[in-house]
Design a protein around this ligand. Structure first.
Ligand code: ACO
Length: 338
Protein backbone atom coordinates (compact mmCIF):
# COMPACT_ATOMS: atom_id res chain seq x y z
CA UNK A 1 0.00 0.00 0.00
CA UNK A 2 1.29 3.43 -0.96
CA UNK A 3 2.14 5.71 1.96
CA UNK A 4 0.70 9.22 1.63
CA UNK A 5 3.54 11.73 1.53
CA UNK A 6 3.63 15.50 1.75
CA UNK A 7 6.35 17.51 0.02
CA UNK A 8 7.53 21.05 -0.50
CA UNK A 9 6.44 22.06 -4.01
CA UNK A 10 7.63 25.67 -4.03
CA UNK A 11 9.94 27.93 -2.04
CA UNK A 12 10.57 31.66 -1.80
CA UNK A 13 12.50 34.14 0.28
CA UNK A 14 12.92 37.85 0.74
CA UNK A 15 15.17 40.15 2.75
CA UNK A 16 14.93 43.92 3.15
CA UNK A 17 17.19 46.00 0.95
CA UNK A 18 19.28 47.76 3.60
CA UNK A 19 22.56 45.97 4.42
CA UNK A 20 24.21 46.56 7.79
CA UNK A 21 27.86 45.51 7.77
CA UNK A 22 30.14 44.62 10.66
CA UNK A 23 31.96 47.87 9.95
CA UNK A 24 28.69 49.77 10.44
CA UNK A 25 28.31 48.01 13.81
CA UNK A 26 31.85 49.03 14.81
CA UNK A 27 30.51 52.59 14.80
CA UNK A 28 27.52 51.70 16.97
CA UNK A 29 28.92 49.46 19.75
CA UNK A 30 32.29 48.37 21.16
CA UNK A 31 32.97 45.57 18.68
CA UNK A 32 35.11 44.75 15.66
CA UNK A 33 34.55 43.15 12.29
CA UNK A 34 37.22 40.61 13.26
CA UNK A 35 35.40 39.59 16.50
CA UNK A 36 32.04 39.23 14.77
CA UNK A 37 33.44 37.26 11.81
CA UNK A 38 35.55 34.87 13.87
CA UNK A 39 33.08 34.37 16.77
CA UNK A 40 29.87 34.18 14.68
CA UNK A 41 30.66 33.89 10.95
CA UNK A 42 28.48 36.92 10.19
CA UNK A 43 29.80 39.54 7.76
CA UNK A 44 26.62 41.48 7.04
CA UNK A 45 22.87 41.31 7.60
CA UNK A 46 19.71 42.89 6.19
CA UNK A 47 17.68 45.25 8.35
CA UNK A 48 14.15 46.45 7.68
CA UNK A 49 13.32 50.15 7.48
CA UNK A 50 11.24 51.81 10.18
CA UNK A 51 8.12 51.44 8.00
CA UNK A 52 8.66 47.77 7.10
CA UNK A 53 7.05 45.03 9.19
CA UNK A 54 7.32 41.24 9.30
CA UNK A 55 4.20 40.81 7.15
CA UNK A 56 5.70 43.03 4.44
CA UNK A 57 8.64 40.64 4.16
CA UNK A 58 6.37 37.58 4.46
CA UNK A 59 4.11 38.70 1.60
CA UNK A 60 7.10 39.01 -0.77
CA UNK A 61 8.47 35.59 0.19
CA UNK A 62 5.00 34.04 -0.22
CA UNK A 63 4.57 35.58 -3.68
CA UNK A 64 7.90 34.06 -4.72
CA UNK A 65 6.94 30.61 -3.40
CA UNK A 66 3.62 30.78 -5.28
CA UNK A 67 5.40 31.76 -8.47
CA UNK A 68 8.00 29.04 -7.96
CA UNK A 69 5.40 26.33 -7.50
CA UNK A 70 3.26 27.66 -10.37
CA UNK A 71 0.28 26.86 -8.17
CA UNK A 72 -2.79 29.04 -8.65
CA UNK A 73 -3.03 31.09 -5.43
CA UNK A 74 -6.75 30.24 -5.42
CA UNK A 75 -5.75 26.65 -4.57
CA UNK A 76 -4.24 27.65 -1.22
CA UNK A 77 -6.56 26.46 1.52
CA UNK A 78 -4.56 27.27 4.69
CA UNK A 79 -1.89 29.80 5.68
CA UNK A 80 0.41 29.22 8.65
CA UNK A 81 2.82 32.00 9.60
CA UNK A 82 5.74 31.40 11.92
CA UNK A 83 6.90 34.57 13.64
CA UNK A 84 7.90 35.97 17.02
CA UNK A 85 7.81 39.54 15.72
CA UNK A 86 4.20 39.85 14.51
CA UNK A 87 3.12 43.22 13.11
CA UNK A 88 0.89 43.52 16.19
CA UNK A 89 -0.63 41.21 18.80
CA UNK A 90 -3.75 40.86 16.72
CA UNK A 91 -4.92 40.29 14.09
CA UNK A 92 -2.42 37.55 13.34
CA UNK A 93 0.34 38.20 10.84
CA UNK A 94 -1.09 35.28 8.81
CA UNK A 95 -4.38 37.21 8.41
CA UNK A 96 -2.48 40.33 7.34
CA UNK A 97 -0.54 38.29 4.77
CA UNK A 98 -3.72 36.60 3.54
CA UNK A 99 -5.35 40.00 2.92
CA UNK A 100 -2.56 40.99 0.51
CA UNK A 101 -2.35 37.78 -1.52
CA UNK A 102 -4.63 36.64 -4.31
CA UNK A 103 -5.73 33.64 -2.22
CA UNK A 104 -9.37 32.93 -1.29
CA UNK A 105 -10.33 35.40 1.43
CA UNK A 106 -12.05 32.89 3.65
CA UNK A 107 -9.27 30.34 4.21
CA UNK A 108 -8.09 29.74 7.78
CA UNK A 109 -4.90 31.62 8.61
CA UNK A 110 -3.05 31.60 11.89
CA UNK A 111 0.31 32.34 13.51
CA UNK A 112 2.56 29.87 15.24
CA UNK A 113 5.14 30.93 17.83
CA UNK A 114 8.19 28.70 18.08
CA UNK A 115 10.95 31.29 17.55
CA UNK A 116 13.80 30.01 15.39
CA UNK A 117 12.14 26.57 15.16
CA UNK A 118 8.97 28.15 13.76
CA UNK A 119 9.47 27.19 10.12
CA UNK A 120 9.93 23.47 10.86
CA UNK A 121 7.08 23.52 13.40
CA UNK A 122 4.79 25.18 10.81
CA UNK A 123 5.77 22.73 8.06
CA UNK A 124 4.93 19.83 10.37
CA UNK A 125 1.57 21.28 11.44
CA UNK A 126 0.74 21.81 7.76
CA UNK A 127 1.86 18.30 6.86
CA UNK A 128 -0.49 16.81 9.44
CA UNK A 129 -3.47 18.71 7.97
CA UNK A 130 -2.68 17.28 4.52
CA UNK A 131 -2.11 13.75 5.85
CA UNK A 132 -5.48 13.76 7.65
CA UNK A 133 -7.22 15.05 4.54
CA UNK A 134 -8.39 18.41 5.92
CA UNK A 135 -6.45 20.61 3.47
CA UNK A 136 -4.64 20.03 0.18
CA UNK A 137 -2.41 23.04 -0.49
CA UNK A 138 -0.82 24.95 2.36
CA UNK A 139 1.22 28.13 2.37
CA UNK A 140 3.81 28.34 5.14
CA UNK A 141 5.44 31.72 5.73
CA UNK A 142 8.27 32.32 8.20
CA UNK A 143 8.99 35.99 8.73
CA UNK A 144 10.78 37.91 11.43
CA UNK A 145 12.14 41.38 11.99
CA UNK A 146 14.38 40.81 15.01
CA UNK A 147 15.91 44.25 14.43
CA UNK A 148 12.68 45.68 15.89
CA UNK A 149 13.30 44.00 19.26
CA UNK A 150 17.07 44.42 19.28
CA UNK A 151 18.86 46.50 21.89
CA UNK A 152 21.26 48.34 19.58
CA UNK A 153 23.44 49.16 22.60
CA UNK A 154 23.96 45.49 23.56
CA UNK A 155 26.94 44.19 21.60
CA UNK A 156 26.33 40.60 22.66
CA UNK A 157 23.03 40.43 20.73
CA UNK A 158 22.90 43.28 18.19
CA UNK A 159 25.68 41.82 16.05
CA UNK A 160 23.70 38.59 15.60
CA UNK A 161 20.09 39.54 14.91
CA UNK A 162 18.55 40.42 11.55
CA UNK A 163 15.44 40.44 9.37
CA UNK A 164 14.06 38.25 6.58
CA UNK A 165 11.33 35.92 5.36
CA UNK A 166 11.07 32.53 3.72
CA UNK A 167 8.13 30.58 2.43
CA UNK A 168 7.19 27.09 1.29
CA UNK A 169 4.13 25.45 -0.23
CA UNK A 170 3.08 22.01 0.94
CA UNK A 171 1.16 19.48 -1.14
CA UNK A 172 0.82 15.71 -1.46
CA UNK A 173 3.62 14.27 -3.62
CA UNK A 174 3.79 10.94 -5.42
CA UNK A 175 6.26 8.11 -4.85
CA UNK A 176 8.65 7.77 -1.94
CA UNK A 177 9.43 11.50 -1.94
CA UNK A 178 8.57 14.29 0.43
CA UNK A 179 8.80 14.62 4.22
CA UNK A 180 9.88 11.25 5.65
CA UNK A 181 9.97 12.12 9.35
CA UNK A 182 9.82 15.06 11.74
CA UNK A 183 10.78 15.48 15.37
CA UNK A 184 9.52 18.52 17.28
CA UNK A 185 10.65 19.26 20.84
CA UNK A 186 10.37 21.91 23.53
CA UNK A 187 11.57 22.44 27.09
CA UNK A 188 9.90 25.44 28.73
CA UNK A 189 12.33 25.27 31.63
CA UNK A 190 14.80 26.99 29.28
CA UNK A 191 12.55 30.04 28.87
CA UNK A 192 15.00 32.47 30.50
CA UNK A 193 17.84 31.63 28.14
CA UNK A 194 16.19 33.58 25.33
CA UNK A 195 13.16 35.79 25.76
CA UNK A 196 11.57 39.21 25.45
CA UNK A 197 9.88 39.87 28.81
CA UNK A 198 7.89 43.03 28.05
CA UNK A 199 4.75 43.82 26.10
CA UNK A 200 2.67 40.77 26.99
CA UNK A 201 0.28 40.14 29.88
CA UNK A 202 3.16 39.58 32.35
CA UNK A 203 4.70 43.02 31.83
CA UNK A 204 2.33 45.11 29.69
CA UNK A 205 3.97 48.15 28.12
CA UNK A 206 4.50 51.01 30.57
CA UNK A 207 7.08 53.76 30.83
CA UNK A 208 8.83 51.55 33.37
CA UNK A 209 9.05 48.50 31.07
CA UNK A 210 10.50 50.70 28.36
CA UNK A 211 13.02 52.26 30.77
CA UNK A 212 14.05 48.79 31.98
CA UNK A 213 14.58 47.60 28.41
CA UNK A 214 12.02 44.80 28.76
CA UNK A 215 10.94 45.13 25.13
CA UNK A 216 14.32 43.93 23.88
CA UNK A 217 15.42 40.36 23.19
CA UNK A 218 17.56 38.99 26.05
CA UNK A 219 19.85 36.07 25.47
CA UNK A 220 22.30 33.97 27.47
CA UNK A 221 24.27 33.19 24.32
CA UNK A 222 27.04 31.17 25.87
CA UNK A 223 24.70 28.68 27.58
CA UNK A 224 22.46 28.44 24.53
CA UNK A 225 25.44 27.67 22.37
CA UNK A 226 26.36 24.52 24.30
CA UNK A 227 22.78 23.31 24.73
CA UNK A 228 21.96 24.06 21.09
CA UNK A 229 24.78 21.97 19.69
CA UNK A 230 23.76 18.96 21.79
CA UNK A 231 20.04 19.25 21.05
CA UNK A 232 20.38 19.82 17.31
CA UNK A 233 22.75 16.89 16.86
CA UNK A 234 20.49 14.59 18.93
CA UNK A 235 17.23 15.50 17.20
CA UNK A 236 18.79 15.14 13.75
CA UNK A 237 19.85 11.60 14.63
CA UNK A 238 16.37 10.81 15.99
CA UNK A 239 14.62 12.09 12.87
CA UNK A 240 17.00 10.18 10.60
CA UNK A 241 16.75 6.91 12.50
CA UNK A 242 12.95 7.10 12.52
CA UNK A 243 12.93 6.76 8.73
CA UNK A 244 15.71 4.16 8.67
CA UNK A 245 18.46 6.54 7.55
CA UNK A 246 21.82 7.52 9.03
CA UNK A 247 24.00 10.63 8.96
CA UNK A 248 25.82 9.12 5.95
CA UNK A 249 22.64 9.33 3.87
CA UNK A 250 22.35 13.10 4.30
CA UNK A 251 22.94 15.07 1.08
CA UNK A 252 22.44 18.52 2.63
CA UNK A 253 22.03 19.62 6.23
CA UNK A 254 20.20 22.94 6.50
CA UNK A 255 20.45 24.29 10.04
CA UNK A 256 19.18 27.41 11.77
CA UNK A 257 21.89 29.96 11.00
CA UNK A 258 22.67 31.17 14.53
CA UNK A 259 26.46 30.97 14.58
CA UNK A 260 28.95 29.34 12.19
CA UNK A 261 30.65 27.70 15.18
CA UNK A 262 27.35 26.06 16.13
CA UNK A 263 26.95 24.73 12.58
CA UNK A 264 30.51 23.37 12.64
CA UNK A 265 30.09 21.79 16.06
CA UNK A 266 26.81 20.06 15.14
CA UNK A 267 28.30 18.82 11.85
CA UNK A 268 31.31 17.47 13.75
CA UNK A 269 29.13 15.60 16.25
CA UNK A 270 27.14 14.09 13.40
CA UNK A 271 30.31 13.40 11.39
CA UNK A 272 28.78 15.20 8.43
CA UNK A 273 31.42 17.09 6.38
CA UNK A 274 30.96 20.86 6.09
CA UNK A 275 30.59 20.51 2.27
CA UNK A 276 27.19 18.98 3.06
CA UNK A 277 26.18 21.79 5.41
CA UNK A 278 24.40 24.80 3.92
CA UNK A 279 25.87 28.08 5.16
CA UNK A 280 24.55 31.57 4.43
CA UNK A 281 24.98 33.13 7.88
CA UNK A 282 27.71 35.44 6.53
CA UNK A 283 25.08 37.25 4.42
CA UNK A 284 22.05 37.27 6.71
CA UNK A 285 22.95 36.75 10.38
CA UNK A 286 20.23 35.21 12.56
CA UNK A 287 16.80 35.79 10.99
CA UNK A 288 14.92 33.60 13.51
CA UNK A 289 12.03 31.62 11.95
CA UNK A 290 13.03 32.80 8.48
CA UNK A 291 16.55 31.41 8.77
CA UNK A 292 15.96 27.79 7.68
CA UNK A 293 13.33 28.89 5.16
CA UNK A 294 15.69 31.35 3.43
CA UNK A 295 18.47 28.75 3.48
CA UNK A 296 16.20 26.11 1.90
CA UNK A 297 15.11 28.53 -0.83
CA UNK A 298 18.71 29.51 -1.57
CA UNK A 299 19.80 25.88 -1.67
CA UNK A 300 17.08 25.21 -4.27
CA UNK A 301 18.02 28.31 -6.32
CA UNK A 302 21.73 27.41 -6.20
CA UNK A 303 21.03 23.86 -7.44
CA UNK A 304 22.43 22.40 -4.25
CA UNK A 305 19.45 20.01 -4.11
CA UNK A 306 18.82 17.26 -6.66
CA UNK A 307 15.95 14.83 -7.14
CA UNK A 308 16.22 12.05 -4.55
CA UNK A 309 18.54 13.95 -2.20
CA UNK A 310 18.03 13.55 1.54
CA UNK A 311 17.69 17.01 3.07
CA UNK A 312 17.60 17.62 6.81
CA UNK A 313 16.20 20.83 8.27
CA UNK A 314 17.34 21.34 11.87
CA UNK A 315 16.59 24.22 14.23
CA UNK A 316 16.81 25.46 17.80
CA UNK A 317 15.51 28.61 19.45
CA UNK A 318 13.57 30.31 22.20
CA UNK A 319 11.21 28.19 24.25
CA UNK A 320 13.42 26.33 24.24
CA UNK A 321 12.22 24.72 21.05
CA UNK A 322 14.11 22.50 18.65
CA UNK A 323 13.19 20.39 15.66
CA UNK A 324 14.44 18.29 12.75
CA UNK A 325 12.75 17.25 9.52
CA UNK A 326 14.00 14.72 6.96
CA UNK A 327 12.91 15.23 3.34
CA UNK A 328 13.56 13.11 0.25
CA UNK A 329 13.50 15.86 -2.34
CA UNK A 330 11.51 15.27 -5.52
CA UNK A 331 8.26 13.87 -6.89
CA UNK A 332 7.28 17.39 -7.83
CA UNK A 333 7.50 19.68 -10.78
CA UNK A 334 8.51 23.20 -9.96
CA UNK A 335 7.15 24.75 -13.11
CA UNK A 336 7.49 28.32 -12.09
CA UNK A 337 10.45 30.60 -12.58
CA UNK A 338 11.54 33.82 -10.97
N1 ACO B 1 32.21 42.30 20.19
C1 ACO B 1 33.29 42.16 20.98
N2 ACO B 1 33.29 41.43 22.11
C2 ACO B 1 32.13 40.84 22.47
C3 ACO B 1 30.96 40.95 21.70
C4 ACO B 1 31.03 41.72 20.52
N3 ACO B 1 29.98 41.89 19.70
N4 ACO B 1 29.97 40.25 22.29
C5 ACO B 1 30.49 39.71 23.40
N5 ACO B 1 31.80 40.07 23.51
C6 ACO B 1 32.75 39.72 24.57
C7 ACO B 1 32.09 39.40 25.88
O1 ACO B 1 31.83 40.58 26.60
C8 ACO B 1 33.12 38.53 26.52
O2 ACO B 1 34.13 39.38 27.06
P1 ACO B 1 34.82 39.01 28.47
O3 ACO B 1 35.51 37.70 28.23
O4 ACO B 1 35.73 40.16 28.69
O5 ACO B 1 33.69 38.90 29.46
C9 ACO B 1 33.77 37.78 25.36
O6 ACO B 1 33.41 38.52 24.17
C10 ACO B 1 33.28 36.36 25.20
O7 ACO B 1 31.85 36.36 25.34
P2 ACO B 1 31.01 35.06 25.18
O8 ACO B 1 29.57 35.36 25.40
O9 ACO B 1 31.63 33.95 25.98
O10 ACO B 1 31.27 34.79 23.63
P3 ACO B 1 30.89 33.53 22.79
O11 ACO B 1 32.09 33.02 22.14
O12 ACO B 1 29.99 32.57 23.53
O13 ACO B 1 30.00 34.19 21.64
C11 ACO B 1 27.71 34.43 21.04
C12 ACO B 1 28.82 34.85 21.97
C13 ACO B 1 28.11 34.85 19.64
C14 ACO B 1 26.42 35.10 21.45
C15 ACO B 1 27.55 32.90 21.08
O14 ACO B 1 27.48 32.48 22.41
C16 ACO B 1 26.32 32.40 20.35
O15 ACO B 1 26.24 32.47 19.14
N6 ACO B 1 25.35 31.79 21.09
C17 ACO B 1 24.20 31.11 20.55
C18 ACO B 1 23.18 32.00 20.01
C19 ACO B 1 21.99 31.16 19.64
O16 ACO B 1 22.12 30.05 19.18
N7 ACO B 1 20.80 31.63 19.87
C20 ACO B 1 19.64 30.77 19.71
C21 ACO B 1 18.94 31.00 18.53
S1 ACO B 1 18.52 32.68 18.32
C22 ACO B 1 16.80 32.87 18.40
O17 ACO B 1 16.07 31.98 18.70
C23 ACO B 1 16.31 34.26 18.12
Amino acid sequence: MDVKRVGIVGTGSFVPEHVLTNFDLEKMVDTTDEWIRTRTGIVERHVASRETSSSDLGVEAARQALKDSAIDPKEIDLIITATITPDMFFPSTACLIQSRLDVPHHIPSFDLSAACSGFVYALEVGRQFILNGTYKTILVVACDTLSKITDWKDRSTCVLLADGAGSAILKEVKGDFGILSTHLAADGRGQDLLHMPGGGSRYPATHETVERGLHFLKMKGNELFKIGVRLMARITRQALSECGLTEEDVSLLIMHQANIRILEAVAKRLEIPMEKVFVNIHKYGNTSAASCAIALDEAVREDRIKEGDIIVLCTMGAGLTWAAMVIRWGGIQMKGSR
